[in-house]
Design a protein around this ligand. Structure first.
Ligand code: CP
Length: 306
């Protein structure tokens, strides 16, 4: 039985196969419409979500399966003090696969150690968000035609942004990747990722504060929200929250074939005036998130469609 805790749980070859499957699902959705008939997905969300929970559920429904679950800790027996390990033992009796989001780093890992069904990490604290990374990789590969030889700008909250941490871990395995890390000093990428992931893999990167300086060099601009829920005090959040606002004027500095991605939700960091720019790819990214989660469910349940 396999789980997905980190993008590194999949080898590059397995990842390529999964992305190929997602692209086949996009091209031939009818072929997969009954692939999971009789199977159930449980969504165990201890933290708010729109995309990750609903896209897992849409993915299972598109595959002909059914869904059950809870969307907040308050509406589950976690509010009475039930542990993650007891919850997953229970849910293993009800479902065939589950996706778990939890504010504590490592909670889905605890779950998979006590689970009889595959567990998907749907985001754990400031740590990892592997299915967002699969979404991002599928989006980049679909739009740029490759996952190698890219200059990627990561902008915003690089300290707490788990989507950024997961994406870096996944991309360093490809040739010719270069990062421009765009953040205020207080929200720099954590040192353990700079040293253990970037330096250890000899990945070229530079750190800049001004978004304008990075724009002309980029193949992909990955914007992120300042993570209000991870700040220890409101004052720091208020000071940081509008540090970057991508607008039409800044988009003029970017190459014609650069794409803007964002895991969403956005707050103010991308002005709505950018939405009509053909390079704004964040809502296409949402759609790719359904295809890739369909591919992931099939892969973890070891279901093959001819
Ligand atoms: N991208 C993402 O994780 O969005 P949600 O928090 O809405 O699931």
């Amino acid at each position: 039985m396999r789980h997905l805790m980190s993008p590194l749980d999949l080898s590059v070859e397995e990842l390529d196969t999964l992305l190929d499957l997602a692209q086949d699902i996009e091209a031939h959705p009818d072929k997969y419409a009954h692939a999971c008939e009789g199977k159930k997905l449980a969504t165990l969300f201890y933290e708010p979500s729109t995309r990750t929970r609903l896209s897992h559920e849409a993915a299972m429904l598109n595959l002909g399966g059914s869904v059950l679950g809870f969307s907040s800790a308050d509406s589950s027996s976690a509010s009475k003090g039930e542990s993650v390990s007891d919850t997953i033992r229970t849910v293993s009796c009800y479902a065939d696969i589950c996706a778990m989001r939890h504010p504590k780093e490592g909670a889905p890992m605890v779950a998979c150690q006590h689970s009889k069904i595959p567990v998907i990490n749907a985001g754990d604290g400031g740590h990892q968000h592997p299915t967002q990374t699969l979404t991002d990789l599928l989006t980049i590969r679909s739009l740029k035609g490759r996952l190698n030889n890219l200059t990627i700008g990561l902008c915003g909250d690089l300290k707490f942004g788990r989507t950024v941490h997961s994406l870096i871990n996944a991309l360093v395995r490809y040739e010719g990747i270069r990062f421009i890390l765009i953040s205020p000093e207080e929200l720099r990428l954590p040192e353990y990722i700079r040293h253990d992931v970037l330096d250890r893999n000899n990945i070229p990167y530079e750190e800049v504060v001004r978004l304008e300086d990075a724009m002309p060099q980029l193949d992909i601009l990955y914007m992120t929200r300042v993570q209000k829920e991870r700040f220890f005090n409101e004052e720091d959040y208020v000071r940081m929250k509008d540090f970057y606002i991508l607008d039409k004027a800044k988009m003029k500095l970017a190459p014609e074939d650069m794409y803007v991605l964002h895991p969403l939700p956005r707050v103010n960091e991308i002005s709505v005036e950018v939405d009509d720019d053909p390079r704004a790819a964040y809502f296409r990214q949402v759609q790719y998130g359904v295809y890739v989660r369909m591919a992931l469910i099939l892969t973890l349940l070891d279901i093959h469609v001819d």
